[in-house]
Design a protein around this ligand. Structure first.
Ligand SMILES: [Zn+2]
Ligand SMILES: [Zn+2]
Length: 372
């Protein structure tokens, strides 16, 4: 029975099913297959004949001025299409000539081409620094530490391939000038009453302040992915967006990109709130004497607001175990792995038995030492 429980693990993923279709842009001059971006050499490389070609020289990304009309002005991608997963809902962008038969996030088949336009074209990218073999190595190491995970899952993690995906995020720069008024307080104690009723009471002396503040924000990051939660992003060490370079379609060749689920305007709202919170704490710090805050009202004016749409790289794999899907993601820049491994029932059972045994032994030893 124990064996059966573990043989249910199967790979939901077949990476080799990604087919290559004609494209003149990235066609291998040697054999006619298509060139992919290779993180190890930093070049476009053909998997079949080993032919290499340079990528365009990296340029610093252009930061574009943000207006409420930026998003409507969709600067189209051109040769990119949007496909949607019927199971997890992920919207994936692919070069027109590329096809995938499984969802890069959950491994589900039957992907449908979505009517959704690809949206704004990214203007920055963090290229993959870590190739598939190295990502695989970190997943294996990570899995090795999960000693209660099913053995078959570990075996599978060793053999199956991972899929390279770019995760969308926005960064905003802005100069914030704000006038403010606030009601702050300082606590003090008084002694009241007489005789038996004599006691100290804490009171607050409230006062009003007002002024103005100027603050410049650089690269405030707002995640736009639906698939990767903020918690996971933090756990994998985030991304060094400061090192991003200008986007070129070469970097997408051989990979897919998640379409942003949080648009530019919504993300700017998030960034504004992050900036306002920061401004409020700066105002708070101007009055070190105050130990109470009733309110801080700020009236911010944002100027010189610029944005970048950055693609950040991850390697993903997913496995089905006892009818549930488990996903693992490796940061394509630093190799850190996040995910949740299922527990093997048989291993967990014996581990619990072992713990109970050790506990019983300890109790017996304590009894023998002190009471016998
Ligand atoms: Zn070739
Ligand atoms: Zn999916």
């Amino acid at each position: 029975m124990g064996k059966n429980a573990e043989t249910e693990v199967n790979s939901a993923v077949d990476v080799n099913s990604a087919k290559e279709v004609e494209s003149d842009t990235f066609k291998c001059p040697g054999c006619g297959n298509f060139l992919k971006y290779d993180p190890d050499s930093g070049k476009m490389k053909c998997d079949y004949c080993g032919c290499e070609r340079d990528v365009p020289a990296p340029k610093p990304p252009m930061e574009l001025y943000y207006t409420s009309l930026s998003e409507q002005g969709y600067s189209g991608w051109g040769e990119v299409k949007c496909i949607q997963c019927p199971v997890c809902g992920a919207k994936t962008l692919l070069e027109k000539y590329q096809t995938v038969t499984v969802c890069p996030f959950c491994g589900a088949p039957n992907l449908v081409e979505s009517d959704e336009v690809p949206g704004l074209k990214p203007n920055a990218v963090l290229p993959f620094l870590i190739g598939e073999p190295k990502a695989h190595e970190s997943l294996k190491k990570w899995m090795g530490k999960k000693f209660l995970a099913p053995s078959n899952l570990k075996k599978l993690a060793k053999t199956s391939k991972m899929r390279g995906i770019y995760i969308p995020s926005w960064t905003f720069d802005s100069n914030v000038y704000a006038t403010y008024d606030a009601r702050l307080g300082k606590t003090y104690t008084v002694t009241v009453g007489t005789g038996k009723n004599r006691r100290t009471e804490t009171r607050v002396r409230w006062y009003n302040v007002s002024g103005s503040i100027n603050s410049y924000f650089d690269d405030v990051l707002v995640g736009a992915s639906d698939r990767l939660q903020q918690k996971q992003l933090t756990k994998m060490g985030g991304f060094d967006t400061k090192n991003s370079i200008q986007f070129e379609e070469e970097y997408l060749s051989g990979y897919s990109a998640e379409r942003y689920s949080k648009g530019l305007d919504d993300s700017w709202d998030v960034a504004k709130n992050l900036m306002i919170d920061n401004v409020k704490s700066q105002i708070r710090n101007r009055y070190p004497d105050a130990d109470r805050v009733d309110y801080i009202n700020v009236r911010p004016v944002f100027s010189e607001t610029k944005y970048k749409y950055v693609l950040a790289p991850v390697w993903a794999s997913s496995y089905r175990y006892k009818g549930k899907d488990y996903g693992f993601v490796v940061n394509g820049r630093n190799g850190r792995t996040v995910g949740k491994a299922p527990l093997s029932p048989i291993k967990t059972f014996f581990f619990a038995l072992f713990c109970a045994g050790v506990g019983a032994l300890l109790i017996w030893m304590i009894y023998m030492l002190f009471f016998a």
